[in-house]
Write a protein that binds this ligand. Structure first.
Ligand code: GTP
Ligand code: MG
Length: 718
């Protein structure tokens, strides 16, 4: 219990935090990520856990905007989490590293990005609302990343009828499978819980402890023949052996325990902490983390089967061995106005202290850690001790460290890239403009920092309109990112309605020609290009073929022609959008011994291609999105009718437990850009949806005609 006292003292000395001095070995660390839908109570649960562990002397609340984890100004203002936050505590002499993540679908990137750091995902379900979009999504994403999973049904104090909790358990089992087993049960109407793992008796609000204990033991012993034999011969299985088996079963996804809690009144929190330290995997006995040898970029979960991995990529399991050379995964970076860039690492192998030298990713230069930090919400106490494999720590002021790099020791090659979750493609875009003149450079710097913090946030520069465009998951996501830009960097922007990222393509073969000839005073410019264009299959992009014979265009000018071609590919030929799925074959041309220049052939290449494209039955492509919409059954007709009116196509309707339906549809992004509002009005706020980029498809002719008519090219042919 010494650990508790120490942490409490740290808290009392707020402002001048005492360093964390204890090291924990791999077997004594638990890395837990809290995930689930928005408002399920993750932040409150994290706060309750910190309180029970003695880290804080009083529990803060989300509504009073004073929790340890929702410390960022945006989270406080919105009264829900807007980024993942790191916390740590000790319980029964084990260290618990907790990552609290935001649950609203707009912030899914933050929640997903935290998964690689942990062994166990605790999926928090709101007892009142049951399974929601992000419950399902993060349950599967955690499984795909190989994490052990646990479900906590929270807010049981708000459910007066125990029958509702009992039916939620059935719904969860129906939805996620028979691997789900209760490991405790509620008692005294949400004021207490009864453990069903360590014991097989007790009074509960529903369910029989003995039967549930028995059911769980039976499914756990299936993991081990020896234990199975013992069990079948009627022998009592000692608790520690049962625990070992249980952890194996959790690692294999064979068992997913369900627990009950009411975080706000701290019901079930001690039991959860006990289960985490006793029955959840540590980095030492959890599933080994995988890295990819030979990969040039992080590998996304789901793309890891031997067949889909590019040749030469080799998955390698990294044992959590503190004696081996250092390997650490940078899973998150933030920019703090006071400490600068903060990189959060999961040490996979080896150890580090303040003198450790490391190289980040493929950089050449070695750095010294200087200070190894732990992270407790906004605070970063220094760890004046060795951090061992399995731990989660942070390094400050290291501009060279980037997200998803693997840190390694100097002298060891940079072989590895991490396994990361599959992130949705950001489909919501806004054009932004600085409020103050001259802020452009600062804004692009700030946007770059913010993009590194969030895998689903990007900014691009539209070459046609010279606008900065930001891309994210939804309106709320982008609003919060702009708030961050204001709060942290004091930069304000105005926004314009989102632009759709149309593409141009061709549907027929055609030929094009342009002769560029300019005589201004002295030396002139001359270049002439003949070329051909052919459509390529959707998604194949671009191919450039030099089919010039006999030096009609000398070899040295071919790259200039190609540059001209690229000018059109970027800026479009008919409506100002990038051109794709096209083969350009340069066939002939003419040059002049004196007047031919790079710029002349670039111009000729550009206008020859424009000429060809306009003759090749050009067509506009628009982004199509996959949608999954969850609504109460009674709204299915309204939703499908509305989508049909928006050029959408319904692919199927599944019945979900709890009188809910899941509608799978595809629709043009242009029609569902603000689906949030549409869904809210049709279902009075009871529906939720996710939307992901699927593919590009041809825009109907009447829509294309409007877009082309609205396009005013900036430069006219010379
Ligand atoms: N009655 C009751 N209220 C709770 C409980 N847990 C959380 N709440 C309340 O539910 C609301 C949402 O709680 P949060 O802890 O912010 O939920 P969250 O899962 O962190 O939400 P996001 O950050 O948006 O994902 C707050 O008003 C909490 O006070 C609980 O066990 N019982
Ligand atoms: Mg939260």
């Amino acid at each position: 219990m010494q650990g508790h006292v120490r942490r409490a003292q740290r808290q009392f000395a707020k402002g001048a935090l005492m360093p964390a001095t204890a090291s924990y070995r791999p077997a004594d660390i638990r890395n837990i990520v809290l995930v689930g839908h928005g408002g399920a109570g993750k932040t409150t649960l994290a706060e309750a856990m910190l309180h029970r562990c003695g880290v804080i002397t009083r529990m803060g609340s989300v509504d009073d905007a004073n929790t340890t984890s929702d410390f960022e100004p945006e989270a406080r203002q919105h009264k829900h989490s807007t980024a993942s936050t790191l916390l740590f505590a000790t319980h029964q002499n084990r260290e618990i590293n907790l990552i609290d993540t935001p649950g609203y679908p707009d912030f899914i990137g933050q929640a997903l990005a935290a998964l690689p750091a942990a062994e166990t995902a605790v999926i928090v379900v709101n007892a009142e609302t049951g399974i929601e979009v992000n419950t399902r999504r993060l349950y599967y994403a955690a499984g795909e990343m190989g994490l052990a999973r646990m479900i906590v049904i929270n807010k049981i104090d708000k459910v007066k009828d125990p029958g509702i909790l009992e039916s939620l358990v059935s719904t969860l089992k129906e939805s996620f499978g028979p691997e789900l087993h209760c490991i405790n049960l509620p008692k005294d109407y949400g004021r207490d819980v009864v453990d069903c793992f360590d014991q097989d008796h007790g009074n509960t609000d529903f369910g029989d402890v003995k039967a549930i204990h028995q059911e769980m033991v039976e499914s756990v012993v299936e993991m081990d023949d020896k234990e199975m034999e013992k069990y079948l011969s009627g022998e009592q299985i000692p608790l520690d052996e049962l625990r070992e088996c249980f952890i194996k079963a959790m690692n294999a996804g064979h068992v997913v325990p369900i627990l009950f809690a009411a975080a706000k009144i701290e019901t079930g929190v001690d039991d959860l902490l006990h289960i985490l330290v006793e029955e959840a995997p540590s980095p030492a006995n959890g599933k080994m983390k995988r890295l990819f040898k030979g990969a040039r970029a992080p590998v996304h979960a789901g793309d890891t089967s031997a067949a889909s991995l590019p040749e030469g990529f080799e998955p390698v399991e990294i044992p959590c061995d503190e004696a081996k050379p250092l390997l650490a995964h940078v899973f998150k970076v933030t920019t703090d106005p006071y400490v600068g860039k903060l990189a959060m690492l999961r040490i996979l192998q080896g150890k580090m202290d303040s003198n450790t030298q490391f190289i980040s990713g493929e950089e050449k230069k070695a750095h010294k850690t200087g200070h190894v930090l732990k992270v407790e919400g906004r605070d970063h106490p220094e760890l004046n001790a060795v951090a061992y494999a399995g731990d989660i720590v942070a390094l400050a002021k290291v501009e060279e460290i980037h997200v998803d790099q693997i840190l390694h020791e100097p002298g060891t090659p940079s072989l590895y890239k991490p396994l990361v979750p599959k992130y949705p493609t950001p489909m919501f875009a806004l054009a932004i403009e600085p409020k103050a003149r001259g802020d452009e450079v600062k804004i692009s710097g700030a946007l770059q920092k913010l993009s590194e913090e969030d895998p689903t946030f990007r900014s691009t520069h539209d070459p046609q309109t010279h606008e900065i465009v930001i891309h994210g998951i939804g309106e709320l996501h982008l609003r919060v990112m702009l708030e961050k830009m204001k709060n942290r960097f004091n930069l304000e922007v105005t926004t314009k309605p989102p632009k759709i990222a149309y593409r141009e393509t061709i549907t027929a073969k055609a030929e094009g020609h342009y002769r560029h000839k300019k005589q201004t005073g002295g030396a002139g410019q001359f270049g002439e290009v003949y070329l051909r264009v052919e459509p390529l299959d959707r998604g194949l992009g671009f191919e450039f073929v030099n089919d010039v014979f006999g030096g009609s265009i000398p070899g040295q000018y071919i790259p200039s022609v190609e540059k001209g071609v690229h000018d059109v590919l970027t800026n479009g030929a008919i409506a100002g959008y990038p051109v794709q799925d096209i083969r350009v074959i340069v066939t002939d041309g003419k040059h002049h011994p004196v007047d031919s220049k790079d710029i002349a052939f670039r111009t000729a290449g550009k206008f020859a291609l424009r000429d060809a494209i306009t003759k090749a039955r050009p067509s506009l492509l628009e982004p199509i999105v996959n949608m999954e919409i969850t609504v109460p059954e009674r709204h299915v007709g309204d939703i499908t009718g509305d989508l049909n009116g928006r050029r959408g196509r319904i692919n199927g309707v599944d019945t979900l437990p709890g009188a809910m339906s899941l509608i799978r549809a595809v629709a043009p992004l242009a029609e569902v850009m603000t689906y949030n509002n549409q869904l809210r009005s049709v279902t009075s706020g009871q529906g939720s949806f996710i939307m992901e980029f699927s593919h590009y498809d041809v825009v109907p002719p009447q829509v294309q005609a409007k877009i082309v008519a609205a396009y005013k090219p900036k430069e006219e042919p010379e």
